[in-house]
Design a protein around this ligand. Sequence first.
Ligand code: HEC
Length: 225
Amino acid sequence: MVVTSLSRIALLAIAGGFSFIAPSHGAGDVERGAQAARTCMACHSFAPGRHLTGPSLAGVWGRRAGSAAGFGRYSDALKRSELAWNEKTLDAWLRNPAALIPGNAMLFDGIPDAGTRNDLVAYLQAVSGGRVVPPAPGLPNLKRVDASSQVSAIRYCGDAYRVLTGDGKTRIWWEFNLRFKTDGSPEGPPAGKPVIVGTGMQGDRAAVVFARPEEISTFIRRECP
Ligand code: HEC
């Protein structure tokens, strides 16, 4: 009788000790987390200050939600949440962002698998702590493109744009397949020097990226060959 209760106490102590060393989740696998993080890279970078659809995740561990410097597109819901990002809050966010912070702006259904979330959280912690080097942002640096991507002139005629590039070539685009974008970040094109980037699967679509919106209409000339 006495022996039984003693051994139960001992067992409880062991179990308690374990849960202290390795909290209920256990340490996730950083390498698997890096694989899983590819889904996130469509919208996030890990480069400090490089914001895409979502804020840069550099140093996210321990940071207050909605506080990445220079990201001006946070939802009010996220800013008002008063959460700090840690193992528990990140796990809940990645399981179901809309349930944790209703009305937030991250269009992401969530990851149902607890193991995958655990790996991702371990990865986010490792990157924030500088223990793992994150991949470079998916977007190219538009200040460092070769001549074939540098746009020297755009002419508009009929239903088409003729785009002349720095290598002396002209390509003709149906007007509906050519987009005009801006990238005012430090990685955006130099002022007055737009860059063409392919976006379509078959090469039938592209985007011309300008440094500033004011450049767009002044750069395009109405002229037929
Ligand atoms: C479709 C684009 C998209 C995808 C995919 C995406 N996010 Fe986000 N994420 C956002 C946006 C937008 C916000 C800002 C939400 C807001 O302001 O409500 C955000 C916010 C966050 C935040 C809060 C950051 C802060 O500064 O408070 C974290 C953490 C985060 N995302 C992690 C992830 C992770 C990890 C993944 C991959 C599993 C991921 N996100 C996938 C767009 C995305």
